[in-house]
Design a protein around this ligand. Sequence first.
Ligand SMILES: [Mn+2]
Length: 350
Amino acid sequence: MVSRAPGELPDGVGWGAPDETGAAAQLAAESYMGPATFGHRPMLTELADLIARAPDAAIVGAPWDASTTNRPGARFGPRALRALTHVNGSYHLDLEIEIFDHLDLVDFGDALVRHGLWEPSAAAIRSRVHAVAGAGIVPIVIGGDHSITWPSATAVAMARGYGSFGLIHFDAHADTAAEIDGNLASHGTPMRRLIESGAVRGENFVQVGLRGYWPPAETVAWMREQGMRTHFMQEIWERGARAVLDDVISEALSGTDAIYLSVDIDVLDPGFAPGTGTPEPGGMAPVDLLRMVRAIAMETPIVGMDVVEVSPPYDHADITVNNAHRIVWEALAGMAYRRRAEQHQEGSIQ
Ligand SMILES: [Mn+2]
């Protein structure tokens, strides 16, 4: 046994200042220090830099919440997801994979929206997401209220073809109203806009986790006419998450070759996600949602994703923010897992 005087340090350990030079050291710091980029990933702002680096995926913030019917605040979602999450690593215990050894992710900043003005704000989101998707990079959009899925998924459709991908939509609500209070761009309407425009075909639009008391019967009838698939919370309770997920994946991929994944944080029970605009009791637990998102990313080619309706002013103890961050982290882990299998096939790793 080595004896040391009080205050004496083990051999080779000193109190000298750590190396703080350079961006890498700042980004490698614990998550409460350094720049508030998503997951402490490098931030790029210029399209030319993005194209030169050619990452697998890029974060795009969409800080818009003026389409919210009830509690606002989702405009603060992107900043909170960058600043308030507790990130302590990126080695996935279950998948035994160091995510960023196989998948390059950058933070591509925000779509610069204009408060209260839908048209220029939607154009900003569509344009930034299209720049990413058009370069063959997977956009991961952090909202913002759910209206942002309209320009975001439209941008992916513009980049790779209308009707070419299925959309898996986790939510407590269908968001398929024709209009709400005269607003065609309410956060209760984006899924109807996407189907009407042909960006996503009704039969490849798959909703998971719906519950409660909205929308009304005539809207549900419209959804059925479009061939939309709905998996209510009741079905998950009866059949279990994995059985439902198998159907979800096959429905979304029927006649398509890719998936856009949209996760409204209110699909979680409000006990796990109090910081959201329209909380609906009786929802999913993170133990199921995180694994379903991971499985989708492992089993399907994701070409776009968003996580929306995180409203930090209504959050407590960063519960909602952390769950939203882990939804992205699980998707990244699944994507990295697929990427690693491709790298094995290409022979670029052994
Ligand atoms: Mn929604």
